[in-house]
Design a protein around this ligand. Structure first.
Ligand code: FUB
Length: 312
């Protein structure tokens, strides 16, 4: 069933229906879904949620209608990342100049002495195979207290790309150069700008609507009773970001641990969906996370309404 405002399929364009799949919309334990729209297909790149030692590859899912999903297996394998061994997670996709980039975290480093952090892989096609672009992490150390994990990539209308990232309660934004594989600098010469909003824990995500920048993030412990998603609005991609409210939280009647989200817009419409992971009520293992999406609606002033999670 399609909500009001569903665009009609064009005579030659993709069938951009907005009928909704059931939740979870794909099978398997997955988390941290990041979404992108490439040339008529929606793509979801999640973490393979099996425990850090077993998170050694990334799958992807694609769909033309958000209902029927194709499974793309092992789009990135840790065997192709010389510096990574474990904890491959939170991939962030983007296309630029015909090349497809996937930013990923690996190794879950706990100090600057360890090898790991945020890497970037590149492919000629959305489904990969993605290969490590650098032979070393793009960000391999803590800056402003932010663990180098949970990145999101955002390309602004002026062509400037940004990476938002950070665990351990701190968030940074960095500029990416046009090659998408090296870091730029802000006007003051610095590379890492802290943007940590109130209550931030991890899972940063950026999107833009009607000229306003929305930063979203996860709060609470990832297996705990208060894991949730909140947001801030700004007229600049670098903030300041003042926390406004929660938009996604646990629903004791639906699921636990709902968080680490992304957002996708149905092209040519004002229809938006929030993608996130959640833990079925029947599961107690923290890694037993599944992928879900729900409609995300805005008030006239641009603020986001609390999301109503569909049970299934
Ligand atoms: O999937 C591994 C970690 O769990 C992510 O980095 C966090 O955001 C949490 O979802």
């Amino acid at each position: 069933q399609s909500p009001p405002g569903t665009p009609a399929a064009g005579p030659s364009g993709p069938d951009l229906t907005t009928a909704e799949a059931g939740n979870p919309f794909v099978d398997g334990w997955y988390a941290d879904p990041d979404t992108v729209y490439y040339d008529g297909r929606y793509w979801v790149f999640p973490t393979t949620s099996r425990g850090y030692e077993e998170q050694t590859f990334l799958d992807a899912f694609s769909s033309t209608d958000l209902v029927n999903w194709t499974h793309h297996e092992r789009v990135l394998d840790i065997a192709d990342v010389s510096w990574a061994e474990r904890a491959l997670w939170a991939p962030a996709p983007i296309e630029r100049d015909g090349r497809y980039y996937l930013y990923f975290g690996a190794n879950d480093i706990q100090s600057d002495e360890e090898t790991g952090g945020i890497g970037v892989a590149v492919a000629d096609r959305p489904e990969g195979p993605y290969r490590d672009a650098l032979g070393h992490p793009l960000i391999d150390a803590f800056h402003n207290g932010a663990q180098p994990i949970d990145q999101d990539v955002f390309l602004d209308d002026d062509g400037q790309a940004y990476l938002y990232y950070g665990g351990w309660g701190h968030a940074n934004v960095v500029k990416l150069n046009a090659d998408m594989t090296s870091l730029g600098a802000f006007d003051d010469g610095t590379t890492f700008r802290e943007i940590t909003p109130e209550n931030y824990v991890e899972g940063s995500f950026m999107f833009k609507r009607d000229g306003t920048y929305y930063l979203m993030w996860s709060e609470g412990g990832w297996t705990g009773p208060d894991y949730s998603v909140s947001y801030a609005m700004s007229d600049s991609p670098t903030g300041p970001f003042e926390r406004i409210a929660r938009v996604l939280e646990q629903d004791p009647a639906v699921a636990r641990g709902s968080g680490h989200n992304s957002v996708i817009n149905v092209p040519g419409t004002d229809i938006w969906y929030i993608f996130y992971h959640r833990r079925p009520l029947s599961e107690t293992d923290g890694n037993h996370r599944v992928l879900a999406y729900d409609r995300m609606r805005f008030e006239a002033d641009g603020t986001i309404r609390p999301v109503e999670m569909r049970v299934a």
